[in-house]
Design a protein around this ligand. Structure first.
Ligand code: DAH
Length: 347
């Protein structure tokens, strides 16, 4: 292999391994630059005699053209590779799944309330809704609370900076019991003057408020009131209805109920209702789920009904607590912090 062939081979090899256009141009300079090897050979021609100069000049030019061709080819190859890399980097994979909108779900407490509503609706109860900002009369007085009852204290009740027609501060209802009065009064009014009045059978779930906050109390919590009033409604009916409700709610036929004597100003006699599961982690423990009782004659009178003729019972339960029991949640505050990591577990 002669010296010029070697030169061409060397140039081709150097170009082939140049990884970038910049390094390719450096390699080019070593052969074709001002003092490149090919340039030096051409310069050296000057010292040769004319006939030799012509022959050698033609040879060198041929080698130079081969080197230039190799250079051009490598330039093109590097440009193509760069384009391919760019296309790859910017590629869109149209088969990737799209970014989806989060799927929402019903809040666990709302789900409990829906469950309570459907069970009571199946037993002939209406579902009523009422204001969360209540008058003092509805929230306390009509429910037979004495004027100086401690529940009215600023420590327990949130008051609204506005007075009602009686000159009393409005409050955020501390329980759903005022819904007994609102619903029963509307019912009594609707049937006033008629010889007989259909029974009142209603539940009223909703938000309630108290100045209270720890693992089992939240300043905003839920209650569900129940009321059944007629000419012949007894404590036995309360027991039957509430037992049926609890067993259906917790899907447990051997759930035990206990009616423990208690006191509420709006019922007489009054009872706390406790339940005990026959299996599971809470088996055998008595757990309080509701307050209840036979409606006090003063309250029946405030419904606009004659307590000598109408009698019945009321109950108030906590859907938050029922939700905690049903799903085994130990901290009530989790329900109201809006943390999706917690809430999405109930989807
Ligand atoms: N209002 C009561 C409370 O907030 C709960 C309650 C107890 C409601 C007895 C009732 C009842 O209707 O009869 O603690």
């Amino acid at each position: 292999m002669n010296e010029l062939d070697q030169l061409v081979d060397g140039a081709c090899a150097a170009f082939a391994v140049a990884p970038t256009p910049a390094e390719l141009e450096n390699a080019k300079a070593r052969y074709l630059g001002k003092s490149g090897q090919v340039t030096e050979l051409l310069k050296a021609l000057a010292s040769l005699p004319p006939d030799e100069k012509k022959l050698r000049g033609a040879r060198i030019n041929e080698a130079k053209q081969q080197i230039e061709a190799a250079l051009q080819q490598r330039r093109q190859a590097l440009a193509d590779a760069e384009l391919q890399a760019q296309l790859r980097a910017e590629a869109l994979d149209v088969t990737l799944p799209g970014r989806q909108r989060g799927v929402g779900s019903v809040h666990p407490v709302s789900r409990t309330i829906e469950r309570i509503e459907s069970i009571f609706a199946s037993m002939g109860f209406d579902v009523a809704d009422g204001p969360e900002i209540e008058t003092d009369w509805m929230n306390f007085t009509a429910l037979n609370n004495p004027a100086n009852h401690p529940a009215r204290s600023m420590q327990d009740t949130f008051y609204v900076d506005m007075k009602d027609a009686d000159g009393m501060w409005y409050c955020l209802r501390t329980h759903t019991s005022p819904m007994q009065v609102r619903y029963a009064r509307a019912h009594a009014e609707r049937h006033a003057g008629a010889a007989t009045m259909p029974e009142i059978r209603v539940i009223a779930p909703g938000r309630t408020y108290r100045v209270d906050s720890d693992a089992t109390h939240s300043p905003m919590f839920h209650q569900c009131e129940g009321l059944w009033i007629g000419e012949n409604v007894s404590f036995k009916d309360l027991k039957a209805v509430f037992t049926d409700f609890c067993r259906r709610f917790f899907e447990s036929d051997d759930l035990q109920l206990r009616f423990r004597p208690s006191f509420f100003p709006f019922t007489e006699p009054s009872a706390e209702i406790d339940i005990a599961f026959s299996s599971g982690p809470l088996q055998g423990k008595w757990l309080e789920v509701a307050g209840s009782g036979q409606v006090h004659p003063n309250v029946v009178r405030n419904y606009g009904l004659d307590p000598e003729r109408y009698i019945g019972f009321a109950f108030g339960m906590g859907p938050d607590r029922l939700t905690m029991l049903r799903y085994g949640v130990s901290d009530l505050r989790l329900f109201f912090e809006g943390d999706l990591r917690f809430l999405s577990q109930f989807r």
